[in-house]
Design a protein around this ligand. Structure first.
Ligand code: GAP
Length: 444
């Protein structure tokens, strides 16, 4: 990998230029920490979600899907502990008006503003609840307050027995969900790493107490392997175990899967053993019996929960950062996104070598044929090298070129983005050729 200066600046600029990610409401000056996914970004994000859904739901017999509503009964958030505890300590600088999380300040310089450097300029820390509030119905009073969910997990917990009965699952089994979550973060930043509106990909696995640590270990391994399959370099991933001070009040054990971002090692996903805390609390607050009765063993218990909680936007950002590379080909610099083919927004570019001799007609036919199988892009504008570069920058793994030889023997060249190997393939065999290559892909 080439030495990359200011990777984040380059990536943000590429994201805008190529239509991966735009600042929200840009023509009004933007809205802090809110982003829109453009044509390439929305494909990438959909592919990441599909990759997760396939691994966590469709390829398994023991996990069911769910799509719960964002607004839930306000008591849910009392039971979950979010109303009382989902807070960050906030301090303000009296001089420069900067706002910071007290737990992220430098312990060695107490009271000193990290932005303007003034000493003793910070206010006392105040606890700030991160949940967004709104009102249900026309009357804006305390009785009508509802919250924008700060995690998707609670929608799963309150539905556990609905799902279990409807799907005839037996413990151990899991429920998976992808959806929006909202947190009024004090210090959002690092592009889409920490935002106030984001999507989570969460799975809650319900197990018999006593088997929980075994399942916890199992899910740790599974989830780390998923990032490898997603094409993220192993050397950039690690586990971080929560020490006693970090461990949430409900958790018996917790590990983060961390990625080495340009701004340091940071959490990508949390794997938690949440014990029976959640269902116990919902039992207490709803008054409903949430015990499970096992017909086979005649045992009654509250299931323990192993949670895998990933950020979708954060995974997309990680995939982009990890894929970004610069190299030189035949004396010309190129920017390339080495995205795994499974998540690449466009799978192949189709190019007639020149815009004459019937090549565009043949290329168009191939383009339409490939479109039945993959998202592909037709481009007949400019020198072929330039067209390859444009696709490299979009992360497109294959370039298919129709040339003079195609007209004689119906073969095309298939160029591979990473190895730059060009193979002559019969035009009607391009689909299986690509499928085979995509299935065999492993990030170097
Ligand atoms: N249900 C457990 C839970 O929500 P979390 O560690 O608070 O746990 C899980 O969040 C994941 O959600 C994080 O690992 C991260 O990927 C993502 N996430 C959390 N806050 C985020 C934010 N403000 N912006 C983007 N992603 C966020």
């Amino acid at each position: 990998m080439a030495t990359i200066d200011k990777l984040m600046d380059k990536l943000v600029s590429l994201c805008k230029r190529r239509g991966f990610i735009f600042q929200s409401s840009e023509i009004y000056g933007g809205l802090n920490s809110c982003y829109d996914y453009g044509p390439l970004g929305v494909e990438l994000k959909r592919n990441v979600k599909e990759f997760w859904w396939k691994a966590m739901v469709q390829s398994r017999d023991d996990i069911e899907g769910l799509d719960a509503s964002i607004l839930m009964h306000p008591r849910v958030w009392e039971a979950s502990g979010h109303v009382a505890n989902f807070t960050d300590p906030m301090v303000d600088c009296k001089i420069c008006k900067g706002r910071f999380r007290a737990d992220e300040l430098n312990d060695k310089k107490p009271g000193q503003c990290p932005r303007c450097g003034n000493k003793d300029s910070l206010t006392e820390a105040r606890q700030f609840n991160l949940m967004f509030k709104t009102f249900m119905g026309p009357v804006e009073d305390a009785a009508n307050v509802v919250y924008m969910r700060p995690e998707t997990a609670q929608g799963i917990y309150v539905n556990v027995y609905n799902v279990m009965q409807a799907s005839r699952q037996k413990i151990p089994f899991g429920i998976a969900q992808i959806g929006k979550a909202f947190r009024n973060e004090i210090t959002p930043g690092n592009f889409t790493f920490r935002t106030r509106e984001f999507e989570q990909m969460e799975m809650q696995f319900f197990v018999k107490p006593g088997t929980d640590m075994e399942w916890f270990e199992y899910w740790k391994t599974q989830r780390m392997a998923w990032y490898d399959e997603l094409g993220i370099r192993k050397s950039k991933l690690r586990f971080h175990q929560h020490g006693p001070k970090e461990l949430a009040h409900y958790a018996a054990a917790a590990f983060d899967i961390e990625y080495e971002f340009p701004f340091g090692w940071k959490e990508l996903e949390g794997v938690h053993n949440r014990t029976d805390f959640d269902l116990k609390r919902h039992m207490e607050y709803s008054g409903k019996d949430l015990n499970h009765f096992d017909d086979a063993t005649r045992e009654k218990y509250i299931p323990y929960i192993i949670e895998t909680s990933a950020g979708c936007d954060r995974t997309v950002l990680t995939a982009l950062i990890d894929a970004y590379d610069e190299d030189v080909i035949e004396g010309e610099a190129r920017t390339v996104l080495r995205l795994a083919p499974a998540i690449a927004p466009i799978k192949a570019g189709v190019f007639p070598l020149v815009k004459k001799d019937g090549m565009p007609e043949v290329a168009t036919k191939i383009h339409h044929e490939l479109k039945k199988h993959f998202n592909v892009f037709y481009d007949d504008g400019g020198a072929i090298g330039r067209r390859y570069r444009r696709m490299d920058e979009a992360g497109t793994p294959f370039g298919i070129t129709v040339d003079g030889q195609t007209l004689q023997d119906q073969t095309v060249t298939v160029r591979e983005r990473d190895s730059l190997v060009q193979t002559r393939v019969a035009a009607d065999k391009v689909v299986p050729f690509m499928q085979e290559k995509m299935a065999a892909y492993r990030r170097e």
